[in-house]
Design a protein around this ligand. Structure first.
Ligand code: AOF
Ligand code: ZN
Length: 363
């Protein structure tokens, strides 16, 4: 590991620790080094608050002069909720700026580097670039497409089942794997299920870890069949948003709204279009979404090519049964050649279960 990589790695680790608390803004870390000594460290903590570079500059004080700063994302060039960091670095007399990756935000995209270079500052781009890009996979999509980064999450047996043929599903995976799911919920802004999941399981969809943040709970429900006494309607643990079609029950809508539930009536005559849901979520600044639905919801999002990432927890169990549901149903493809391939796969063990992570390779 070179010196550049060492300091950048430190900046990335600090940035990553804020996962789940900066959205829809990026995870960003900065380390200022002067004469081989770290004189300032900064991390972006919350959207609207000072950027990582500003925190680090404040800590460094006069020692920022003549220093090298390592930043995981190109310093910004715009007057947003906080000032342009590129200008702050020039004013502080920083001598060299080492950047992991350019900012995909169209209002910055290379302009930060221009400000620095035209002030005569040496700029190096591309140290630990892949790690930094991966860390901000949510932000990188959202800032360009204005749509949430969508993760399909499922827990199944080794034969892909999410329940037995009698619909028993408690529990498939271990306590450790279920705790990991709560971490995932903490990191995502919203979680989506179909109304059938609500009818069958009456889930809470909250984050049960210390100081965890619960995601906005989203239900696709074309006629508003959700029971008024379901936990998502009554528990007030986190906001609940329901997406319905033109065929919705008007009386029920009013009753749900009286409970503080937000009901979005979409354009579909009888069903709710997944793409429209995703678009509306983006307009409401939801940058990340987990789909924890049943097999049909998963199939409708996957068939519409809306899933960016798949996380599958597989328990070393076999249940069999042709009527036992799997985590992916729908019509399925005709030919093996039409299968959706998964790339950049990683596999880790969580207790006795396998955690599989991958990215659908749509062609
Ligand atoms: C952050 N934190 O450490 C850096 C960011 O809403 P604003 O004014 O804070 O601006 C957000 C944009 O600033 C963000 O989309 C990204 O392009 C840039 N850099 N943002 O929240 C940071 N360095
Ligand atoms: Zn900035």
């Amino acid at each position: 590991m070179t010196n550049h990589e060492f300091y950048m790695d430190l900046a990335i680790q600090n940035a990553r620790a804020m996962k789940g608390q900066t959205d829809p803004n990026p995870l960003v870390g900065a380390v200022i080094v002067n004469n081989n000594r770290i004189v300032g460290i900064g991390t972006h903590l919350k959207a609207g608050e000072p950027h990582a570079e500003i925190h680090a500059l404040r800590m460094a004080g006069n020692e920022a002069e003549g220093s090298t700063i390592y930043v995981t994302l190109e310093p910004c060039s715009h007057h947003g909720r906080t000032g342009p960091c590129a200008e702050a670095l020039v004013e502080a007399g920083v001598q060299r700026v080492v950047i992991a990756t350019l900012d995909p935000n169209p209002i910055v995209a290379g302009n930060g580097v221009k400000i620095l270079e035209s002030a005569g500052i040496e700029v190096i781009v591309g140290i630990c670039e892949q790690e930094s890009k991966k860390m901000n996979e949510v932000f990188n999509k959202f800032i360009v497409q204005k749509k949430p980064f969508i993760t399909l999450k499922a827990a199944s047996t080794l034969d892909g089942k999410i329940a037995t043929h009698t619909m028993d599903s408690k529990w498939i995976t271990s306590e450790e794997a279920r705790y990991d799911v709560h971490k995932l919920r903490n990191e995502n802004m919203a979680i989506l299920v179909g109304v059938n999941t609500v009818l069958e399981d009456n889930p809470e969809l909250t984050t049960r870890i210390p100081n965890g943040r619960s995601p906005i709970r989203i239900v696709m429900d074309s006629t508003l069949r959700i029971p008024l006494e379901s936990k998502l309607v009554t528990d007030k643990q986190a906001p609940t948003w329901i997406f319905t079609s033109q065929a919705y029950n008007k009386d029920k809508k009013k009753k749900l709204e009286d409970q503080g539930i937000l009901v979005f009536v979409t354009k579909g005559t009888e069903s709710v279009d997944t793409s429209e849901v995703v678009e509306i979520l983006g307009e409401n600044l939801v940058s990340s979404l987990i789909i924890e639905g049943g097999g049909n919801i998963h199939a409708s999002f996957l068939e519409a090519r809306l899933i960016d990432k798949i996380i599958l927890y597989m328990a070393p169990k076999l249940v069999g049964g042709q009527n036992a549901p799997s985590f992916l149903s729908g019509n399925g493809v005709m030919k093996m050649a039409d299968a959706i391939n998964i790339s950049n796969m990683t596999i880790e063990m969580i207790g006795p279960d396998i955690k599989f992570t991958g990215y659908p390779d749509y062609v």
